[in-house]
Design a protein around this ligand. Structure first.
Ligand SMILES: Nc1ncnc2c1ncn2[C@@H]1O[C@H](COP(=O)(O)OP(=O)(O)OP(=O)(O)O)[C@@H](O)[C@H]1O
Length: 569
């Protein structure tokens, strides 16, 4: 990673800005032509040749402005789009490194907001606000300079109008600081609510919760419109006040300049220009004030982007990680999702290399949490987790994940074809390898019945497939990846009997290869033959051993086994 600012602008942007300023200055030159013509008219020295020359000059200026404006505008757009593209890629990369725990703390809305609207707003600063401000400032400088040469006191009054922008902006920036930041925060919360609502729409409808959830989203939106109203309501009077004061300069100059005009020290044309140009300047400064107000607000977006860039990343470096053995050791590992609510308490155990270890226990006892920690989705608060004797704390999650495959209850599938969904596990795999993995996972039967077989699209998150079919596709992925460690969350409970058998057969095929396997089992019959069984209870490993050893111990496992036998008999 370089030390260069991610916000740095490129050449296209600077070229665009220079051209925009040039166009602003040129537009001021049109007034100079009017002045020349009017002066000649008043003094009676006007000729047809002169009118022709001024008209030609105006035509040239117009053409020049057209070319400069369109080139400048295009360059600024290209430059701005390049910066926002760089920012989006950087933020996308950053999201991969933020600890998963952050995504469960109401941050999702903020992240979505920053990735989309904040980057869009920052792009707007570059492509619109900055250009407008610089252009209007350049034109204002030309006008004030010109008025100064016509009659200095009028020029000084206009300078005062420009200077009044300072208190105006000070006040409006305070509004942005309070309400602009609040607006942004509420907007993120609204996005969070909407994301949750859309994500869970099936469940909300199934449980008739649309109304309740709708109310939550509606309240967030109402709060958003309230803050927006406050923001505008506080900002408008400041702009309005500035407008009234700056417009006062027009009659003031007219009244003050009337004396020198009557005395003959100012010509009629000068007086006319002094009456007209301040009108233009007040319009320009009002526009600058509005643009700067907006610019300041958009800078809140820049700060949000900076905050996201600076978010702490998960521990671990990019150093290579290829342990020779794949035994997994937990030493005094403690973990909680929420402060003060421990899920694992000083847990220690070893999963032997190349063996099958099953984890059993009550619902909510922390079984999936153990798998999440092995996969580095979360970091333990204390203790160490090692793979092949090497602590994974100093290894990046990406490199740890390269060593393992996960098959769990939450299968995530892309809105892509069957083939590409499986190939994600190993992008270099050939079609034959993908199809072989599918066969081993028992997918070939249903895949071949699909309209375009392996090239059929499966819908968003595999919505066109059944639960069991989705499970088997995720097993096919694990088979294709062929990693030395396999983490399995046995999830056949919600499947019909046919699918359950198919998934169990697929898992059995997956287990054929000699791997280090950690398997959460919700039914004990499936773990009878495991090399080791860990019984989790109250955030600790209550018992460990083989099926026979644990039955002989006559503890929790034996009780669970006996209970299950009674149900199945
Ligand atoms: N992302 C999370 N944020 C906060 N708490 C969580 C989170 N995930 C799990 N928990 C809590 O941690 C505890 C352990 O959850 P975990 O999913 O590890 O249990 P489990 O034994 O796998 O349960 P099950 O057998 O029902 O899948 C539970 O009390 C659960 O509510």
């Amino acid at each position: 990673m370089t030390n260069e600012s991610p916000f740095r602008k490129n050449r296209a942007f600077y070229i665009g800005v220079v051209l925009t300023v040039l166009e602003g200055i040129l537009s001021g030159c049109s007034y100079l032509s009017v002045y020349i013509v009017l002066t000649a008219l008043a003094s009676g020295t006007i000729t047809a040749g002169m009118v022709g020359a001024v008209t030609a000059g105006l035509a040239v200026i117009f053409l020049l402005r057209l070319v400069i404006y369109s080139t400048g505008y295009t360059q600024v757009q290209i430059g701005g789009a390049a910066v926002s593209k760089r920012l989006r890629l950087l933020l996308g990369d950053k999201l991969k490194k933020i600890p998963l725990a952050r995504f469960t703390q109401g941050q999702v809305g903020q992240y979505v907001n920053t990735m989309t609207s904040d980057v869009g707003s920052y792009e707007k600063i570059l492509t619109h606000s900055s250009g407008n401000i610089i252009k209007n400032a350049a034109l204002s400088a030309v006008l004030v300079g010109f008025v100064c040469t016509v009659w200095l006191p009028a020029g000084l009054i206009l300078l005062a109008v420009v200077a009044l922008l300072i208190p105006d902006l000070w006040l409006s920036f305070r509004v942005v600081k309070v309400y602009g930041v609040a607006k942004n925060k509420v907007s993120a919360e609204t996005v969070s609510g909407i994301v949750e609502y859309i994500d869970g729409i099936q469940m909300f409808r199934a449980y008739n919760m649309g109304g309740v959830k709708n109310r939550t989203v509606t309240q967030a939106m109402e709060e958003f419109s309230r803050v927006c109203y406050q923001y505008e309501a506080k900002g408008i009077p400041i702009g309005f006040g500035y407008n009234i004061i700056s417009w006062g300069s027009v009659p003031l100059i007219m009244v003050l300049a009337a004396g020198p005009w009557a005395a003959g020290t100012l010509s009629g044309v000068d007086y006319l220009m002094l009456s007209m140009l301040p009108i233009l300047l007040t319009k320009l400064t009002a526009s600058i004030a509005i643009d700067l107000f907006e610019w300041k607000h958009l800078m809140v977006s820049k700060r949000n982007i900076e905050n996201l860039i600076q978010e702490p990343e998960e521990a671990g470096e990019g150093a290579p990680f290829a342990p020779e053995r794949h035994d997994i050791t937990f030493r005094d590992v403690s973990f909680s999702y929420m402060p003060g609510e421990p899920v694992l308490k000083r847990v220690s155990f070893t999963v032997p290399d190349g063996k099958l270890t099953a984890i059993v226990g009550d619902s909510g006892s922390g079984k999936s949490t153990i798998l999440n920690l092995i996969a580095k989705f979360y970091e333990p608060q204390s203790g160490t987790i090692a793979i092949g004797g090497q602590s994974i704390q100093t290894v990046s999650a990406e490199r740890v994940l390269a060593q393992l495959s996960m098959v769990d209850q939450q299968v995530f599938l892309f809105d892509d074809t069957v083939r590409e969904n499986i190939r994600h596990a190993r992008p270099t795999a050939t079609d034959r390898e993908v199809e072989a993995a599918c066969r081993d996972a028992g997918c070939d039967g249903f895949v071949e019945k699909l309209e375009k077989s392996y090239d059929t699209g499966i819908g968003e998150n595999g919505s066109l497939l059944s639960g069991g079919e989705r499970q088997r596709l995720s097993i096919a992925r694990a088979i294709l990846k062929n990693s030395p460690i396999l983490l399995l969350d046995e999830a056949t409970a919600s499947l019909d009997i046919e699918n359950e058998l198919a998934v169990k057969q697929a898992i059995a095929n997956l287990l054929k290869e000699k791997k280090t396997v950690v398997m959460i089992a919700h039914t004990l019959s499936i773990v009878k033959n495991a090399d080791q069984i860990l019984v989790v209870a109250d955030g600790t490993i209550k018992e460990s051993g083989t099926h026979e050893e644990l039955l002989a111990e006559n503890g929790k496992y034996a009780a669970m086994w006996n209970a299950e036998q009674k149900i199945t008999v």
